[in-house]
Every structure is written in C-alpha cells, then in structure tokens.
Design a protein around this ligand. Structure first.
Ligand code: MN
Length: 409
C-alpha cells in the first residue's frame, strides 16, 4: 500500500500505553471523527480510570456533531457533573478526577475544550505549537517567571494540576476556536508524552512520520523509551479538508449561482408583472359582445394564466355595422388600442364611419330615386344629339329614323 493511499484511507491515529511504572492505565481517549478526546484520570486505586472513562463516555454522547466550541464546552461541563455525581453514588472514589482535552476537527475548523494539563498541539508548516495552556502549578510558575520550562520538567510538583474535572461543579473548560489548514496535523496527548518527550523531539517525529497511526505509535514509543514514568496517550489527526473544502466551496458557488438564477428569475417575473401592469392599466381592446362592440381594459388573452382584461363598456355600435374587414378582425382577434380613451376614439371613428356610410347610402338611394325620377330630364344634355334625342324622346321617331335608314339602305 502506498503512503498516499494509506494517508487517504486514514487521517488519524492513536495509541495509549500504561508506560513502564504505573500498574493501571488511567488515561482514556475517544477517536470518533470529528471528535477526539484525551483524558488523564487521577485518584489512585484505579479511580482515575473511572473518572476518565466517565468523562470520555459523557463527551462522546453529548458533544456536537460539528465544530462548536460552546457546545463542546457544555459536554465537558456535563462530564464534570457526571464524575462528581458518580463519586457521590459510589462509582469510583471521592476526589477522583481527570484532565480533559476535547477537540472537534472538521475540514479546516478546529475547536478545543480544555481542563487540566493534557495538551493540544498543532503542527503547522513543520512547526509545532502548543494550542492549549496547562492548568498546572508548573504553568503558573513558568508564567510568573519563577521557573524555566526545563526546571518544570524535573520539578517535584510537576504533576500538580490547578483545574480538573470531578472536584468543583462550577469548573468550566478553556475554549479555543482555531482555523487550521490542510496539511496541518493535530496532536492531543496526556502529560505522559509531553512530560517525557521534548517538544522539538515531538515535532521531529510528527514531521517525519507521514502516517498518523504510525506517528502516534512512534510518539508513545519515544515516551516509553525515555522512561515511561506515566501513562501515555496520543491522538494524531491530520487536517485533510482539502477535497471537502473544495466541495463545500463548489457547493457555495453552486448555491450562489442558484441564488443568482432565482434573483434573475424574480427580476424577469417582476419585469413581466410590470409590463403586465402597464398593459392591464393602460392597454385596451375592442371585442364583440353579443353583436355589440365592447371596450375592454387590459390585454386580450391570458398572461401567466391570469385573465388580464376587464369589460369597460358595451357600446351602441353593432359589429354588423362595421366594415366587413373590421368586423372580422374584431370577432377573431379583437382590435387593440393604446388606452381605453383610444378605444373610445376608435369606436367613435366607427360610429362616424357608419353614420357617413348610412348617409352616403341614403344619399345614393335618394340619388338613385332622383336619377330614376329625372330619366326624362337626363335627356336634356343629350339634346345636342338629335338622333338620340329623337330615340329617347320619341321612340316612334326612332322607328321612323330606322325606317328612314332602312329606307336609305
Ligand atoms: Mn498523566
């Protein structure tokens, strides 16, 4: 199996060891991505084992599913109460306690809840940095400038811790929210490692051992090789969020595109509605309403399944009275107008047209009647043509003429 594929298959590893001196391993751990926990129990006669086990069980049950420092901190607080309750109820012993370093690592987000002197480290660009601050007498003395880290390492009170789970119901963890990068490596460990192996040695092992499981084993081996005075527990988790982060970014981009499309669609709809309103508020058309010309406001037909027209008025103009072309157009498609006013003007035009036609027709009838009545008189202009005058005026004369012509022939 290649290193790359093994790395791809497993981005975390862990190892716990009783060490060379202790009879019990009182450390407990959780490796259930995205949750990683190391608890270092104390209390003697295996009570520390009980305390650390209660802690990891409660945290595993109550921790959030995704990095959330507050919620992880609450899970740690519940673990604290559970240990206190356990001691009262006779599970383990009064005074038992445990450290707790709990981490949620998902993609490039890391949160940590911390009580005691177990530690979280981050290997970032090959450099090891301690993320947590020990709740210990040594840390306080170092910070106060009273001793050096080297002196703390061999100090007789080096295992005195100033905060633990299981003693005070008001105990709260320190919370950390850390942005990590793909390629970074998280290390959680009990003081059995950090007390036995120098940071630069831890850094060297973490840098040279690509596989996290092998890395965890080598760190524990190093602590044991250095004496193994304490239980040693190590969790190594690689930040491998690259693919997931890229997917997430893609998803975000897809979402952004989707949102853009929705916005665009909304704009189109808004535009259409605007145009629709424009039409419905201003436009008008004429249509046939039981033989009469009717004025409608709006546009004919449906837009988005909504009826857009509203009857304004049925006029006195009969469709049959319109010119045939106009009547057909009106019956078939309706006749559009810019506005109701425009439609009224159009109807008025039709009315005038019809009136004109009526008058014309009446005039023609009258004319025809007049023409019929003036038939004799019409001959007058033709009087210049004696023959025709003769023909019309006196058919008999024509006969004569014909006779005359006949006679002439
Ligand atoms: Mn320890």
């Amino acid at each position: 199996m290649s290193r790359a594929s093994r790395k791809a298959n497993s981005s975390f590893g862990s190892r716990t060891d009783v060490g060379c001196v202790r009879e019990h391993n009182e450390d407990s751990l959780v490796v259930a991505p995205p949750l990683y926990v190391v608890c270092d129990g104390m209390g003697g006669h295996a009570a520390g084992e009980v305390a650390s086990e209660i802690a990891v069980n409660v945290i595993a049950e109550r921790a959030p599913r995704h990095p959330d420092a507050e919620a992880l901190g609450q899970a740690v607080e519940e673990a604290n109460l559970a240990i206190i309750r356990g001691a009262r109820e006779g599970v383990g012993r009064e005074g038992m306690g445990t450290t707790c370093t709990a981490a949620l690592l998902e993609n490039e987000r890391l949160v940590i809840a911390q009580v005691g002197d177990s530690r979280a480290y981050l290997l970032h660009q090959g450099r090891l940095q301690q993320l947590t601050r020990d709740h210990s007498l040594m840390a306080d003395l170092i910070e106060a400038g009273q001793i050096t880290p080297a002196e703390a390492r061999v100090h007789p009170q080096r295992s005195v811790i100033t905060r633990a789970l299981g003693s005070d119901p008001r105990t709260v963890p320190d919370l950390f929210e850390i942005n990590v990068e793909t390629g970074d490596r998280l290390l959680l460990c009990s003081d059995g490692l950090s007390g036995m192996v120098e940071d630069d040695q831890i850094e060297a092992i973490m840098n040279r051992t690509a596989d996290p499981q092998r890395c965890a084993a080598q760190l524990v081996n190093e602590a044991v090789a250095n004496g193994g005075y304490d239980n040693v527990t190590v969790v190594v988790a690689d930040v491998t969020g690259f693919a997931e982060v890229r997917q997430r970014k893609m998803a975000r981009r897809t979402k952004a595109t989707a949102i853009m499309l929705v916005v665009l669609l909304a704009l189109i709809v808004a535009g259409a509605v605007g145009v629709f309103n424009l039409f419905t508020s201003n436009a008008a058309f004429l249509a046939d309403d039981e033989g009469k010309v009717a004025i409608y406001q709006g546009v004919q037909g449906d837009v988005f399944g909504l009826s857009t027209a509203q009857l304004v008025e049925v006029t006195d103009v009969s469709v049959d009275d319109l010119q045939p072309g106009t009547a057909n157009r009106l019956r078939a498609d309706g006749i559009k107008a810019d506005s109701v006013e425009g439609a009224r003007e159009l109807v008025q035009d039709y009315r005038d047209e019809i009136e004109e036609r009526r008058q014309r027709e009446a005039g023609e009838v009258a004319g025809a009647a007049a023409a019929a009545g003036a038939d004799d008189g019409s001959a007058a202009p033709d009087a210049s043509d004696p023959a025709s005058a003769v023909n019309y005026a006196d058919p008999a004369a024509g006969d004569d003429a014909a006779a005359a012509t006949g006679e002439g022939a």
